[in-house]
Design a protein. Structure first.
Length: 266
């Protein structure tokens, strides 16, 4: 089985990382072993580079990294691609959320960093955002806009009418996070770009994930693996379901893959 897999796409939150945001050394060593077998490793995350765990990035900085749900890809110090939202659309959405929904915290990602026009220090600290003036915010190029719907009651239906056709919406973490990105950008589109560079077929990809932003890639890959903690839609379309992120589900699946034992469904 491992001879048919040339590229591993690995989500971070809810997948490789535990609920505490950590990853064990044993799992990292196993990923390195996959590299020794000739597999390309791609870390495929909704996070910008600013909040990538340093211990993982230090070890695998020379591998492919997809950030902000597919808007940015780097390998080592090389920028493979970087896609911004259409500026008028991003500016309009930022101003609407800032002025009309002051009770909701939001941020925007720009060139690997995180900014907000909100001044709540505890929320800025929690979501790693730099608080700046609204006019400074809209002056920056925007990869992604993130709205935090802590109480699950953000009026998403109303704001959809204000979002242009060049903007894509993603809702993750059971409605907690509402994300807006450039239309056509996704974790799958980013992987497809890398596959074209490396002359690898999507059928030779093994993808791990747990949430709706992983679904397209899970469905398209040669082997799509849902975590035990994944939402039901991801599990429904996955080829396999491993154990949870807190039970080393990625490592357990890869151990079976490398040993060429029968792959397990949990």
């Amino acid at each position: 089985m491992k001879r048919n897999i040339k590229l591993l796409s690995i989500d971070l939150d809810g997948t490789l990382l535990t609920s505490a945001g950590t990853v064990d050394e044993e799992s990292l060593k196993l990923l390195w072993k996959c590299k020794e077998y000739g597999m390309t490793i791609v870390f495929n995350t909704a996070r910008p580079i600013k909040i990538i765990p340093k211990e993982i990035y230090r070890i695998f900085s020379d591998d492919y990294w997809i950030f902000s749900n597919g808007t940015t890809c780097m390998k080592g110090c090389e920028m493979i691609f970087h896609i911004n939202m259409h500026k008028p659309s991003a500016d309009k959405l930022i101003r609407i959320v800032h002025h009309e929904y002051p009770s909701f915290f939001f941020s925007m990602e720009s060139q690997g960093d995180i900014y907000t026009s909100r001044s709540r220090s505890h929320m800025c600290q929690k979501y790693f955002a730099n608080s700046i003036h609204l006019e400074e915010l809209v002056a920056k190029p925007t990869n992604k806009i993130l709205i935090i719907s802590e109480e699950r009651n953000f009026p998403i239906q109303k704001i959809r009418s204000s979002v242009g056709p060049d903007t894509r919406e993603l809702i993750t973490d059971s409605g907690k996070y509402i994300q807006f990105m450039p239309r056509g950008v996704s974790k799958l589109s980013a992987i497809e770009h890398i596959l074209e560079l490396l002359n690898i077929h999507i059928g030779e990809v093994l993808a791990f994930g747990d949430d709706s932003n992983d679904l397209e890639l899970i469905k398209a890959s040669g082997i799509g693996v849902a975590m035990g903690n994944a939402n039901m839609q991801v599990k429904r379309y996955a080829d396999y379901v491993t154990t949870s992120n807190d039970d080393k589900g990625v490592m357990l699946f890869l151990e079976h893959l490398l040993s060429e034992k029968e792959l397990l469904i949990y």
